[in-house]
Design a binder for this molecule. Sequence first.
Ligand SMILES: Cc1cc2nc3c(=O)[nH]c(=O)nc-3n(C[C@H](O)[C@H](O)[C@H](O)COP(=O)(O)O)c2cc1C
Length: 184
Amino acid sequence: MTASPKPQPAPDRIDPIAFRNACGAFATGVTIVTTRAEGRDHGMTANAFMSISLDPPLIAVSIAKTAKMLALIETSGRFAVSVLAAGTEELAMHFAGRPSEALSDPLRDLDGLPVARAAAAVFATDVAQAVEAGDHVIFIGAVRALETAPDTQPLTFHKGRFGRLHEETPPMLDPNWMFGGSHW
Ligand SMILES: Cc1cc2nc3c(=O)[nH]c(=O)nc-3n(C[C@H](O)[C@H](O)[C@H](O)COP(=O)(O)O)c2cc1C
């Protein structure tokens, strides 16, 4: 099914700060999006990440048009996503424009792409689709390789603050049970 484009409200109808705060109510994990272009590795912190499709396995990230990462992914045609582990705030800020000298060698290789060592999960993808959306571009990646560290807790982000999980309800799912058509 293809959704038909809906008329956009005039930009001055939504207050940008109210919009940012409303979006910040959605608690997320934190990822580093990485790529390797012309022999150089580049990373960028992003919380606009989601799983898209189980079959085929697709994930997506949303990258600001102002980010250096945009042209680099367009050049390489590939990107990786590292779901950061709890306690990696400094690493998250390092790849968000506040470089830290204290971090030594934070990346390793997965399927020819750089990924974070301190991660709960890592995905290496080939770009399947790029969708222009306002001041961002959504890259949909076809997953070529992945690794998970099941005992690693995630770094969280909520209302502009990093955090960690304090409490989890008992598992609802058997990790080996596949849902038909669903992806949670
Ligand atoms: C927690 C957090 C989440 C962020 N999420 C995104 C995001 O989803 N997309 C994006 O384009 N920038 C995001 N940013 C901002 C980029 O990390 C930042 O602008 C970065 O310096 C861009 O790097 P580059 O221009 O070197 O590629 C986020 C920053 C933080 C701290």
